[in-house]
Each structure stands twice: as structure tokens, then as C-alpha cells.
Design a protein around this ligand. Structure first.
Ligand SMILES: *Cc1c(COP(=O)(O)O)cnc(C)c1O
Length: 241
């Protein structure tokens, strides 16, 4: 089968899976978006997904993303395409990410709020972006800072900081369940944290949860965005991100 045929079949299968998960959870399919994760895969795969109707794509490594997006934009000058940063971000890469990211799902520390806020403001002033950078705070559900994510007790403060940064807009939360955790328990906990923060920030309704192996559980617990890589594009080399 051609690569395009392979990806088309995979996309249909993932959409069916997501529809079934929504039905089982008593939710409307329109409540949960599918965010294809294209890290490690070439720009040609992104174009195949684009031709199949996808307009949102996620990347987790700044350098790879920056060159892939440049190549993609040279081929497809479509302003409606949105790129999302979902991986660990080093502060010194904020300027680059603020140029191309529609949203970031992985903001997890105060020092990054300042750097990204300044970078997004600069990009707005220079016309490199037209809207504030949408921010989801990444929550650590196992309290292990090595794996990324903010401690639950820091979220309220971080949300306030994001909210008061002119270049940023606080939109919600993202989490990855701890390794070996029961996804239902992890996403249930995430949902409670999200509901609590929504009392203070009712506009920040986004909950980015669920990947290839656990999207059904995430949909059961209120996910509004599943980030799917492997089920669409195949397996990647094993790395920490
Ligand atoms: C790679 C990645 C994904 C995609 O995971 P799959 O299991 O391949 O679907 C989702 N979220 C984040 C943050 C990732 O880094």
C-alpha cells in the first residue's frame, strides 16, 4: 500500500475509534478534537494528513518542528493550518516557538511563562503572529518533575501568571498519565483538578488528554483533545519524548 493509502486507512480507523469512545461516554463527537502528532515523521506525511483534511498538527521538539513547518509552509501556503507545541520546551527556544505555535500544551514552570510571554508579545508586535499564544498548563500527576509537568499545588499560581501576560491566553490543562498508572484513575484525577481550576477560570475549558493507548479512558473523563501519533503514523524510535 502507498504511504498515503496507509495513512488514510489509519486516520479513518482513529476517527472511528474516537467516535465510538464518544458514543460510549455519552458525548457528542464534536466535543473532542483529534490532534495528529507528527514528531519524528517527515513533512511529506504532514502533507498527506493535510490532503485528508487535517488542519492541526502537534510537534514536541522545537528544532525538528521549526524546520518541518518551514518546509510545509513552502509547499502549502494555507493560513488555516495550526501547529501545536506539546513537548518539553527550553526557555531559550521560546522565541522560535512563539513564531509558529498556535498553542502550547506543555507550559509547566514560572520561568517559562515570563520567557514565552515576552516572546509572544514580540511576535505580535512584529506581525509574526496575530493572536496571543494559547496556553495549556501541563500537570504532573505523579509528582515527578523529571517527567515534566507542574505540581498540582502550583497550577493556580501559574494560571494567574499566564492570564496576566499580555501575549498569552490561559486555555486549560494537559497531562500524560504516569507510566504503569491506571489511565481511568489518572484521567479521573485530572478531571477533578481541571474542574477546580475552571471555577476561577471558566473560559479555560480545554483538557488535552489521551494518546494512542488511552484515548478511550481520556474521553470518558472529559478530554476535549486527544493527541495521537502512533495510531496514525506508526511507531517511532524510543526516546524520552
Ligand atoms: C508523542 C506524544 C503524543 C503521541 O503519543 P502516541 O502514543 O504516539 O499517540 C502525545 N502527547 C505527547 C505530549 C507526546 O509527546
Amino acid at each position: 500500500m502507498s504511504r498515503a493509502g496507509e495513512i488514510e486507512a489509519a486516520l479513518e480507523a482513529v476517527r472511528r475509534r474516537l467516535d465510538a469512545a464518544c458514543r460510549a461516554a455519552g458525548r457528542d463527537s464534536s466535543e473532542v478534537s483529534l490532534l495528529p502528532v507528527t514528531k519524528f515523521f517527515p513533512e511529506s506525511d504532514v502533507r498527506i494528513l493535510y490532503d485528508l483534511g487535517c488542519r492541526d498538527f502537534a510537534e514536541s521538539r522545537e528544532q525538528e518542528a521549526t524546520s518541518k513547518i518551514k518546509a510545509f509552509r513552502a509547499q502549502v501556503p494555507d493560513q488555516s493550518v495550526r501547529w501545536h507545541m506539546i513537548g518539553h520546551l527550553q526557555r531559550n527556544k521560546s522565541r522560535s516557538v512563539a513564531r509558529w505555535a498556535y498553542s502550547i500544551h506543555s507550559l509547566d514552570r514560572e520561568r517559562l511563562v515570563g520567557a514565552l510571554g515576552r516572546a509572544a508579545t514580540t511576535a505580535l508586535e512584529s506581525g509574526e503572529r496575530t493572536e496571543p499564544l494559547r496556553v495549556l498548563l501541563q500537570v504532573s500527576l505523579d509528582g515527578d518533575p523529571q517527567r515534566g509537568g507542574a505540581a498540582v499545588s502550583d497550577l493556580e499560581h501559574l494560571a494567574e501568571q499566564v492570564q496576566s501576560s499580555p501575549g498569552l491566553e490561559y486555555r486549560g490543562l494537559m497531562a500524560i498519565p504516569p507510566i504503569d498508572a491506571d489511565p481511568d484513575a489518572a484521567f479521573g484525577e485530572l478531571r477533578e483538578i481541571h474542574d477546580r481550576l475552571c471555577l476561577e477560570h471558566p473560559e479555560a475549558t480545554e483538557l488535552s488528554a489521551g494518546m494512542t493507548n488511552d484515548l478511550e479512558a481520556a474521553v470518558r473523563h472529559g478530554s476535549t483533545c486527544v493527541r495521537v501519533g502512533t495510531a496514525l503514523l506508526g511507531s517511532r524510535p524510543i526516546t524520552s519524548d
